[in-house]
Structures are given as C-alpha cells and as structure tokens.
Write a protein that binds this ligand. Structure first.
Ligand code: GLY
Length: 564
C-alpha cells in the first residue's frame, strides 16, 4: 500500500513537472532576419512589409501601413482621424510627429454644455459635433517630405488596390459591426456601408474610399484638405449639424515635436510628448519604479502590482492637472519627469496599505479617452524604427460617415475636458489645461514608444486602450526587461491598470488568481475584475541579441507580425 501511495505521488510530481516545464517553454513570436511590421490586420502588415522588400524604409512602410489600416481596420484605422509617431533612425536620431486632430475654429469652451452648464450627454462622442479636424493625411505627407524614399503614389497604391479588391470580415469585426450598427443608423441620414449585416468571411469593398485615396495620390495633401474630398466632408458635417469648415481643413498642420526621452536603468525610452500624456506619464512611472528591484518582486506578484499601482496613481494625478496642448498651456515637463520630483511623490508609498487617491494632491482629475485606437510598429532592413498610434477615438469614431468619400470621421473632441472639474460622459473628470479652445489639440494617452538598451535599438511598441495605453506599454517593457519574457509572451501577459481616479485597480478578466485579488483587497485596494475587458492591444518588435527581430502581435485582436 505504502508503495502504491509513493508511486501515486511520484506520478503526480511527474505530471506537475511536465506542466511546469510546458509553462516555462518560451512562446516566441514571429522572428525575422531583416525587417518587420506588426499591426492590427495582416493585410496592413503585409503591405508594409512589401514596401520594405521593394527597398523602401520604415517611413515609407509607415505611410503604406497607415493607409492600409484605414481600409482594412475601419474600427480605428483612418483618414478621418489623427495620431502620433515616434522614430529612431539607424544613426540614432530621434523625433516625433504630432498629427493629432484639432478643435475647429468655431469650437468653444462650453460647446458641450446646456444652459444650466450641464454636459449634454453624447454631444462630444456621437455625431457631427464630436469631430476634430483630421490630421492623418497631413501627417503622412510630413513624414514623406522628410524621410520618404519611394514616391508617395507607390506607397498609397496598395491601399487603393486593397480598397477595390475588398477585405474579408473577421469574427471579431463581425461582432464589432453588430455592436455598433445602431449608432450608424442613428447618426447618418443615409445608409452607409457598415449598416449591412456583414458576416465573417464576407468581403467588404471600399469603392468610394478607393476614389478618395486616388484623389490624394493625384493631388497630394490637397486631395484631402481641399477640392472634392473637403467639399464632401464639410457638406456631410454641415448636414449633420457640425461646425468643421473648409478653412479648418486648409489650416490643419501636423507638427514635428521633440519626444520625451528618459532613462530607466540601462534603457533609454523615447515616447510621445504633449499633446499626448504618454511620454510624461511613462517617465514618471518608470522613474518611480527605478529605485526598486522589480525583477525580485516577481511578475504580476502582489508587491509588483502594489508598487506599479502606486506609481500609476501619482502619475495620472499629475496628468490630469498639468497636461494639455503645449501650444496653449505651459507644462513643467522637466520637473514632472525629474527623479527628485518623482521620488518626493513616492515618499508616502507604503507596502502595508494602499494610498488613497483622495490623499494624492493635484486635484482635478483626468481626461478620459475611450479605447478604440490602433498601433503599429515597424523596423526596417536599414535599422530605422517607427512606432505609430492612430485613432478615430471611439469605435468607428463619431460614427459619421462621409458617404461620397467612403470614410468615417473621428470623435476626438471628447478627449477634451468638456467641463473642467466635472465628470465627462465616461464618468471621469478633466481639468483646465485640457479645456476646449479653437485650434487646440485635445490631450491624448497615445504612447508610441521606442526603447534603446545600451544605446542600441531594443524595442518599438505601443497600444490602443485610451488611458490604459500608458500602463499597457509600460508593463510590456517591464515584462521583457525585468521579467525576461519573450516579446510575444510580454504582449500576451495579463495586464492591470490604475489611473488615480476612479481609485480602483482593473485586472484583465483572466490571469490573476483569486488569492492575489484577496491579498490586494486586504491591503485596501479596490479591485475591478468581473466587469473588466481586455486592457490594451500591444503590437511590438524586439531586437534579439543575435540581431534578428521578434514580433509581438496581440492575440486580443486580429493583429499580425510579418517579417522577412
Ligand atoms: N483617443 C485616445 C487617445 O488619444 O488617447
């Protein structure tokens, strides 16, 4: 009998060991010798990589990928929205492009308030009043002017061909279209392409969009900001009660900016500067973590979650108070991201008990963005890297569809704080620095990021996810650097998020054990897991020690890493 029991335990141990060994088997993403594109759709990643194979550089591939996403991923890919791009060339030069939307000239601080100064529900999110002046096309021409090596016509042509040929509907896309169809019907006066009950594997052809892209191919930026496309856009907006004019479109300009650059141990992190909060917040969080030996705490352990949460709480409190469009508000960036300032902010951190957000100064809370954005990363065969995040803001933006032009318009105006100091329609609050003014850019959380290790290119990454973008990107970097996960594992790992207010840690529904949740609650943390959704959708590339590239394409979407 004794022998039988012993055999049973040995058997059990063997099974456990096999399981543990299986778990430890690294999950590696697509690996490529020369170059890689990771984006939300394989069609766009393929088009980007084809440009690189033709001899184009990362900037050429960016233009082709971004335009292909406008066709293949209308949920967030766009020509009617905006975004940010951070780059690092093969000689170490870094920079950033801001092609964020702007408030129209006729915008005003209280445009979303009624006579009693109450926020009018839905006005900043749904329909024509929610639209900011789009920046994507001007941004792509700025990139081409500075870094393009192939003619723009060659870079846009694959997107035009894709629009004519059509794109297969994925299951996730079918679900999204079903979910949002009633908004399309509510907002648009005439039927639009997305009203139809599309099913998985149906092919949607985007013929009107193909014509718009041809006008851009043939007329440059004026193919969007002037002439037929501009007329179609302004007419649609006017019919639906919006305020964007031809002057708004003509005046739009993307801006080259200096990215936020900071060190974390032997990493240099290059991230987006305001009007995105991504770089400043990331710098504050990493600086708060730097004195600790995070690796020794364990991946997603109680202590790691506590520490990261407390760093996030303090950074997001500052975000809400200080950050906005740098062309309109003065931001003390150097102080905010300095080690001295951040360590003072962390001085009251305790392992014993959660800090209460009520006790964290800087008071007037945060602007909140919804989570329907898209990110792509590219490293080319010459060693240039770009990291770009682009958005319509909400799912399919304002739901306003320019039928003749075949494209959706953003609802980025909701990223402003409609009424400083009061909850917006997501139940969160913004501050004066992010109040609405004509031609001002709304605060963003988009965090396209490039990481150097020992002065060499190490990673290009970013994510959608509104305010969770910053924490998703930060955790992915930590997963690789501190916890030694492969790029794909780092992307796959379960994520959590805290943003000061509401004072709650959101955990992804899967991947956090019950007893860990209990331990966090014992320390005084409020947890949201049951009602939570996925957090972020990271697309990333890591340069391996042997010089090859490993992609991390997020399984949470239809994302794809393609390399050669
Ligand atoms: N609209 C999402 C963001 O800019 O953060």
């Amino acid at each position: 009998m004794k022998q039988l029991v012993l055999l049973f335990f040995i058997g059990l141990l063997a099974i456990q060991c096999t399981k543990t060994n299986q778990k430890k088997e690294p999950v590696t993403g697509t690996v490529a010798e020369n170059a890689m594109v990771v984006s939300a759709r394989k069609e766009a990643s393929n088009i980007g990589i084809e440009i690189l194979k033709k001899g184009g550089n990362a900037f050429d591939a960016m233009i082709a990928t971004e335009l292909s996403l406008a066709v293949a991923y209308p949920f967030a890919g766009n020509i009617g929205g905006g975004g940010f791009m951070v780059f690092r060339t093969n000689n170490g030069e870094t920079g950033a492009l801001d092609y964020r939307e702007k408030a129209p000239l006729a915008a005003s601080k209280n445009m979303y308030l009624d006579e009693q100064d109450n926020i009018i529900p839905g006005k900043s999110t749904l329909g024509a009043m929610a639209i900011g002046v789009p920046g994507t096309i001007d941004g792509l021409f700025k990139v081409h002017e500075k870094f393009g090596s192939l003619p723009f016509s060659e870079l846009i042509q694959p997107a035009i061909d894709l629009a004519y040929k059509g794109v297969a509907v994925t299951k996730k896309q079918e679900n999204r279209l079903n979910k949002y169809r009633h908004y399309f019907l509510e907002v648009n006066k005439s039927p639009i392409i997305f009203d139809k009950h599309w099913k998985e594997n149906d092919t949607i052809k985007y013929l009107a969009l193909a014509k718009t892209l041809e006008r851009i191919r043939d007329n440059g930026r004026d193919g969007f900001y002037k002439g037929e496309t501009a007329e179609q856009l302004v007419k649609t907006v006017k019919i639906l009660g919006g305020i964007i004019t031809k002057e708004d479109l003509e005046k739009y300009k993307a801006i080259w900016r200096k990215p936020i650059e900071f060190t974390y141990k032997n990493l240099k992190i290059i991230a987006m500067s305001p009007p995105s909060s991504g770089g400043v917040c990331s710098a504050q969080i990493f600086k708060a973590l730097e004195p600790f030996n995070i690796a020794s705490l364990g991946h997603n352990s109680l202590k790691a979650i506590q520490l990261i949460t407390e760093a996030e709480r303090r950074a997001y409190a500052d975000r809400s108070f200080y950050l906005g469009d740098p062309d309109f508000v003065k931001i003390p960036i150097d102080t905010l991201i300095s080690t001295t300032y951040v360590s003072k902010r962390m001085a009251n951190f305790s392992w014993e008990k959660a800090t209460s957000s009520k006790d964290i100064n800087h008071g007037n809370i945060i602007g909140y963005e919804s989570d329907e954005t898209t990110h792509y990363s590219i490293i080319d065969q010459f060693g240039n890297a770009i990291s770009a995040t682009t958005t319509l803001n909400g799912a399919y933006g304002s739901k306003v569809f320019v039928t003749e032009g075949g494209f959706l318009l953003n609802n980025e105006m909701d990223d402003f704080s409609s009424k400083p100091g009061e909850p917006n329609m997501f139940g969160l609050i913004g501050a004066e620095a992010n109040s609405i003014k004509p031609e001002k850019r709304m605060l963003s959380s988009m965090t396209p990021t490039i990481v150097e290790k020992d002065n060499k290119l190490f990673m290009s990454l970013g994510s959608p996810g509104g305010s969770t973008i910053i924490t998703s990107v930060m955790q992915t970097i930590l997963n690789v650097y501190e916890f030694n996960l492969s790029m794909q594992e780092a992307v796959n790992a379960p994520r959590f998020h805290h943003q000061w207010l509401p004072d709650v840690i959101t955990l992804e529904p899967k991947g956090f054990a019950k007893d860990l949740v209990l331990q966090l609650q014992e320390k005084g943390y409020q947890i949201n897991q049951e009602n939570s959704r996925i957090i972020g959708k990271v697309d990333a590339i890591k340069v391996l020690e042997n010089g090859k590239l490993e992609g991390g394409a997020d399984y949470r979407g239809d994302d794809a890493a393609v390399g050669y």
